[in-house]
Write a protein that binds this ligand. Structure first.
Ligand code: PLP
Length: 294
């Protein structure tokens, strides 16, 4: 992944009456130095982020990503991001993207300890080549996330459902999956219900019905899954948010991991058991996901 551009925003300058948003951010060198060592994002992973796909210069799903950034800010008691300021900054960074696929990251950190304001920045980098995952699919293993389905209701301090910068556990799960010879993991609850992958949502197909675990289970509400559900509904399929038992992963007609940059990666095996991959249908899903979406 190669850096393309980076920009620092001043969240304190986000007065709603403002029109000169360009004056509230500045382009910085992504190779730094940019952030002080006292940054709580670096010291404690205390902040939130979003990863957006950029395809041929078009930033995908800006509205849904900003809505989720706002929801994460609320869950983590961070100041609400100003959507007009972020939209202007996103548009500025997008001018650096050429043809092809890129990943744009929005970060809102709690800032420097005892500092006056949060810190906010955006980076743009070339996206990894996801062709094989999209076409051939991914082998997954199920991994215990360590809590039961009802954890979000009685432990809000876990910040479940917020996209926080604390992704150490998610990255450890991917390493564990790779140690077991797979490509990726699917987190499951202690009471054996499907949650999500460390960086993706899970969607299952049974006949003409598509289902995904309910975000009430303390998982991220995926922007890609949301967008895909509206595409599927427009084509006459039915969609549902559900409590999904782990056993459904191997009995479904097909299943996918969905995320903003890798897009739809069909699951081809679960804990070593092969599951069907519908390649032609997956290609259609990815063609839609690669088309400009707002
Ligand atoms: N779940 C987790 C834990 C994620 O990190 C992500 C994306 O990074 C997703 C789900 C999928 O979200 P989106 O489709 O908005 O990329």
């Amino acid at each position: 992944m190669a850096w393309r551009s980076a920009l620092l925003l001043d969240p304190a300058a986000s007065d709603d009456t403002r029109e000169d948003w360009d004056a509230t951010f500045r382009v910085v060198d992504p190779d730094g130095p940019v952030l002080p060592l006292g940054e709580l994002s670096a010291q404690r992973g205390d902040g939130i982020f979003e990863s957006l796909g950029v395809v041929d210069g078009h930033v995908q799903e800006v509205g849904p990503h900003l809505a989720r950034l706002a929801r994460s800010a609320e869950l983590c008691e961070l100041p609400a991001p100003n959507p007009a300021q972020w939209r202007a900054a996103i548009a500025r960074v997008a001018t650096e993207a050429g043809s092809g696929e890129y990943v744009m990251k929005l970060v809102l950190s709690r800032g420097v300890e005892q500092g006056p304001t949060p810190t906010a920045w955006i980076t743009l980098a070339t996206a990894p080549d996801n062709f094989r995952s999209r076409s051939e699919g991914v082998d997954v293993v199920t991994l215990d996330r360590g809590y039961a389905l009802d954890a979000p209701a009685h432990a809000p301090w876990l910040q479940l459902g917020a996209k926080t910068l604390s992704y150490g556990v998610n990255m450890a799960a991917i390493r564990e999956a790779q140690r077991r010879g797979a490509d990726d993991a699917v987190f499951v609850t202690t009471d054996e219900f499907v949650l999500e992958a460390p960086t993706a949502s899970v969607v299952l197909r049974v006949g003409d019905r598509f289902a995904t675990p309910s975000p009430a289970a303390g998982i991220l509400h995926g922007t890609t899954q949301l967008s895909l559900f509206s595409f599927l509904e427009a084509r006459g399929f039915s969609t549902a948010y559900e409590t999904v038992p782990v056993t459904d992963l191997t009995t479904a007609d097909a299943a996918w991991l969905l995320s903003s940059v890798r897009l739809a990666a069909p699951i081809r095996s679960v804990d070593g058991t092969s599951v069907p991959v519908d390649r032609a249908f997956t290609d259609e899903l990815n063609a839609y996901l690669l088309s400009p979406r707002d």
